[in-house]
Design a protein around this ligand. Structure first.
Ligand code: KE4
Length: 426
């Protein structure tokens, strides 16, 4: 593969955009080298500006679950654009998508659209605080809920368990209201709850984690969280920005058979255009402006152009719900094929998979939380990432991400991917 044009474009981009990118993970800092620039995409394939073709395993980090430039979604957007893109005035299509989404997702009566997953999670936390009158939240190390100040927090120093900022610009005043626990560690959560009795508004979690690689909660952990929240009057917030409309029609709530109190969405719900959302039972959403006092707003929230992409995508997912099983089977095929090659080559690895989310960790011990995920051999990962890129397979450029399979990927593409792993480790 040659990347001349990408390299030239990256140099140009860096002159005007910090790091040459509009989201840090795209800059390849975690894997070294320079990012490729994409010219276009269709179905399962990306085409870069040097005319290299790649099988795509990030699907724009989740949204393009039906593959790139999927006709029904494209046509919906093109038709809608001809009638104007945004008015800042109510439109019927917002209700259509709201009704469809609420019908697909268990245990929610109402939904508010925003423009990103960050906005959805940020607003949901404010709603939880507004509902309960309590200030603190618990999040989990390694879970990512977007870049709102309350989430850019790492484990605090010492036993106080207060959070401390993990980015300059986040104040200690904000950090003190975010407590950190470890994924799959129910006892640790209980300790935090007891040490902050009556002060915790919400526990926010990725029900299947995707930002440490893919990490699956134990039944004991996730059911224990539900019970604890019910007992303590804490709201359980499911960040389904990745899992929503990907693991099942009803997302992780359906897949795990657990009811959250507020559910947040992004990615797939927008069909590739900027849409986030948060949803809950009526009595919780009644607190939200303009019905209630909890303020939240957005100029382009629910704009008909983005709604048209989301509506086309969710309509197809709702009608073709066998797609979730078929994606899961393709992911299992990939998992087994790669595991076979790595075992044959004597490469220490752990592969975590849930539905169409999968991640590969180059380590011996099972990966069950952020600490064990961090034990992966990053040198091996970097060589693996670039080797696969050279063999026409685009993987997430970080060991702390998950692959997202899309419906356009064929079994032939999967076989090619497995073959590429073999060549890389030869
Ligand atoms: P956005 O604000 O990026 O739309 O969504 C934030 C977010 C919230 N919750 C979860 C579970 C998420 O995975 C995300 C965003 N995911 C990252 C990939 N790990 C987006 C990629 C990027 O940051 O460029």
């Amino acid at each position: 593969m040659q990347y001349q044009r990408s390299s030239a474009l990256f140099a140009e981009a860096k002159k005007y955009i910090p790091g040459g990118v509009n989201s840090p993970v795209r800059a390849f800092k975690a894997v070294g080298g320079e990012p490729i620039f994409i010219k276009e995409a269709k179905g399962a394939y990306l085409y870069d500006v040097d005319d290299n073709r790649y099988i795509d395993y990030i699907a724009s980090w989740g949204p393009l679950i039906l593959g790139h430039a999927h006709e029904p979604v494209l046509n919906a957007v093109i038709e809608k654009a001809k009638k104007g893109t945004s008015f800042g005035i109510p439109t019927e299509i917002e209700t259509e998508l709201a009704q469809l989404a609420v019908g697909m997702v268990p245990n929610v009566d109402k939904i508010r659209f925003v423009n990103s997953g960050t906005e959805a999670c940020m607003s949901a936390v404010r709603l939880a605080r507004g509902c309960t009158g309590k200030d603190k939240i618990i999040k989990f190390a390694g879970c990512y809920h977007g870049h709102s100040d309350s989430f850019l927090i790492q484990a605090g120093s010492g036993a106080v368990t207060f959070g401390s900022p993990n980015s300059p610009g986040v104040t200690q005043g904000t950090a003190k209201d975010t407590l950190l626990a470890n994924y799959n560690d129910l006892a640790g959560v209980k300790e935090l709850v007891n040490a902050n009795k009556g002060e915790i508004a919400a526990i926010i979690i990725e029900p299947i984690a995707g930002n440490m690689g893919c990490i699956i909660p134990t039944d004991k952990f996730i059911n224990g969280l539900r019970e604890l929240c019910t007992q303590e009057g804490i709201l359980l917030l499911f960040d389904e920005v990745m899992t929503g409309f990907r693991l099942a029609k009803g997302g992780a709530q359906e897949a795990l058979n657990i009811d959250a109190d507020i559910v947040m969405f992004g990615k797939v719900i927008g069909g590739g255009l900027p849409v986030g959302a948060f949803a809950a039972r009526a009595e919780i959403m009644a607190h939200l402006a303009p019905d209630g006092p909890v303020y939240q707003a957005g100029t382009l929230s629910g704009n008909p152009l983005a709604m048209s992409a989301g509506l086309a995508m969710l309509t197809e997912l709702n009608a073709r719900s066998e797609i979730f099983t078929s994606l899961s089977e393709k992911t299992e095929f990939l998992h087994k094929g790669i595991a076979e090659v790595l075992t044959e080559k004597g490469v220490a690895h752990q592969i975590n998979r849930f539905g169409s989310m999968v991640s590969i960790h180059f380590c011996e011990a099972p990966v069950i939380d952020f600490e064990t995920a961090a034990k992966g051999n990053n040198d091996t990962f970097k060589k693996y990432f670039h080797g696969m890129l050279d063999h026409g397979v685009y993987l997430p450029p970080s060991a702390f991400e998950s692959y997202f399979l899309n419906d356009a990927i064929s079994y032939a593409d999967l076989a090619k991917t497995i073959e590429a792993v073999r060549k890389v480790f030869e």
